[in-house]
Design a protein around this ligand. Sequence first.
Ligand SMILES: [Mg+2]
Length: 361
Amino acid sequence: MPHDESSLLELLVQEKKGKQKNERFLQDFKTLADVLVQELVKFDLKTKFPGMADSIHGEESTKFTNTLGDTVRVEIQDTPEETQNLLRQVLDENDTAARILSKAIHIQTAVKDAGLFADQLDHDLIVDDLGVWIDPIDSTGQYIQGDIGQEEAGLVTEGLQCVSVLIGVYSKSTGLPIIGVINQPFACLNDDGVWTGSAVWGVSIADLNLNSLALESSSTSVPPQPDSDISAKQTILISSIESQNIQDILAKNYNLRHISGAGNKLLGLSLGKAAGYVLTQNTIFKWDCCGPHAILRSLGGGIVAFTDFERFSVSEEIDVCLLPQIMYNRPDVEGAVGAQKWCNHGGIVAYTSPTFLKELK
Ligand SMILES: [Mg+2]
């Protein structure tokens, strides 16, 4: 809908130029988009797999309160008109914005790679055993700021490119991630000022490991070599809030890069731009990791708890590659409440290959 997109953009730019009322609108619009992305994924999954409704979890609450204090439970309705009416209530009666959003939500999209591996996916997945974690907009700060980032050595440090939509499917019985998607809605800005998105997916079920990266490399004459780049092999991604102590230790043997967004870091690993991601704080959640974790597993890597890694890395006898992967079917700590309930407690070590994890030890 190029026309609608441009009128929505105009509206946002218009609102941005304005005074207090317009600042409010922009803030509401962006926060609402966060909830809407999550609800849209839920709606699509529920439509396709009716039994899954109660097993789809996300970072956002469906209860949305705008800056004026009006609250609405955001749920995709059966018709575009009903959704439009619901959205208008929290968009300060802005009918144009509500209509364009609603239209975008109800548009039918076609999945590009659907059915591609149907013959290889002969594993019967039991829908009752599947749970889903959604992070509708990871790196919200960068999304709200809306700046255009610059790429350095294949990675973007800050800006809209760091924003990702993360969707992960896990097995309720094993707790392990099995299917993951990292969608980068603002991957590339063309000469006309229009953003195009990019997505990476991976499947890791028992012995079956598939991903879009292998698919891309098999369709081009020069396959990407994720681990061939010496500098990538020596690069660890960390958060800017990481403790100085850990940074000093890691910096002795590795090149450290601070880049925004958990999803963006895990995407960087998946694309072979770095070998690991180390985090020792309680700032990463199940919805951040589930999808990317499935992709890393499909590539032969994984994610372990930092606390486990730290505890066992001093022991010569223990093979760090046998450490348990982080789980998605239960809280790490008993009695935690709110978002902390689904925190990967004590941090994580994400890696692209067991070799890296051994070296890090
Ligand atoms: Mg997040």
